[in-house]
Design a protein around this ligand. Sequence first.
Ligand code: ADP
Length: 490
Amino acid sequence: MTSASQEHETRVVDAAPKKLYINGQWRDARGGRVLNVHDPSTGSVLCTVADASPEDGRDALEAAQAAQKDFAAMPPRKRAAILMRAFELMHERQDDLAMLMTLEMGKPLAEAAGEVAYAAEFFRHFAEEATRISGGYQTAPAGNARFVVRKEPVGPSLLITPWNFPLAMGTRKIGPAIAAGCTSVLKPAELTPLSMLALAQVLEDAGAPPGVVNIVVTSSAGQVMEPLIRSGIARKLSFTGSTAVGKKLLEQCADKVLRTSMELGGNAAFVVFEDADLDQAVEGAMLAKMRNSGEACTAANRMFIHRSVIHEFSEKLAQRMGQLKVGRGVDEGVQVGPMVDATQRDKVKELVDDAVGAGAKVVVGGETGPGEGYFYQPTVLRDVPREARMWTEEIFGPVAPLTPFDAETEVVDLVNDTEYGLVNYVYTNDLTRALRVAENIESGMVGLNQGVVSNPAAPFGGVKESGLGREGGDTGIDEFLETKYIGIAM
Ligand code: ADP
């Protein structure tokens, strides 16, 4: 490691905010608890951060409640200006934000810098949406009344984010909340709180009034959030995380009938037909599989390759995967960082061992390491039998399992044979088949001859047990708006 990068690491960790951000104040947790933040590439502790108690959570929600009325009344253009300034500040601070993210989460610096830009884009997108909230005015069919329809902010919102995209999963919720005029309490994943605290600093510097966004870091997610969900103060929960936790939260939300947006797990299929451009498909597979080292709900989890091309595809993919440089994300040229923690690394190992035990062949990789951190080697498996656990469980790691198929109808059934329905990827050069398959597969999103679908301007979300609602696009803001109809006598 060069001393320049060592100096940068120390500087960003020292400068990162480490307190709770409540009502525009940076403060310690009541009772003074702290939690450790680790560098997954070494396993060492980076720093400690205030660890909120349920009382801190309550303070944060009360701050959001107190700020709600004035914020809803703030002119849309002003709310947009806060978001646009935050977008600019994120670009100004891109290198430091990227370094902080790499240190706490592990992804390579170039990918972290890409996420900062992607995350900032949600602010720009929703800055533009903030001034386009529309309504309606019409005559009742019987001609005896007027209908006025307007959109109003839902109210104080609870936002819960995961560790895999520490910034983007936050801006994707905070952006539309601010655009719609909702105040919020955001709880980031405890593994990666630093990026979100740095984002709170960005929002403060961009002029977000006190109480509009509150950040509560805690190691007791359930104990802190459940009382807030059941408080009767919060009107909305937007959650990104596992399906298991999402289901539990939906039950809690039923108590006070909260609006919910749920971005849950996925089990994406990656289908390559015999008429596909194989080089393009390999390129797409590298993205669909290796973006974020496979730690994404959109990651290709099951790769169905037509029997006539599976050998060639597998050789090409294995060659690319085997060339990837694994290491600390801060080091020059590294393309694959560590898994976020030991649990995640062990889960990947368990799933690969299970598949191999069931008869899968390792083409490349298949091992943990190197070094002290939580690394797993980029891996390609062939002939993964359909009883292997990885066909039904999210791998969340750099493992590409391939299996052959023969017919279109067969593969469509295989793709749909899961309780999830977030995204699927399809490679074919036959236009009619492409559209037919895209229409017949059950998922909120389809990547057609492309390995990444996420875009702030497009509606991201799933069907079945992958979730409810959409983030981004022109519908993302609706998740934070209520429709009010005013009936007026003629
Ligand atoms: P992952 O598998 O990505 O870690 P989780 O669903 O466990 O997914 O976590 C996603 C987010 O949900 C994290 O911020 C985590 O702290 C939070 N979380 C986990 N359990 C609960 C809970 N019972 N109540 C509220 N939030 C929770």
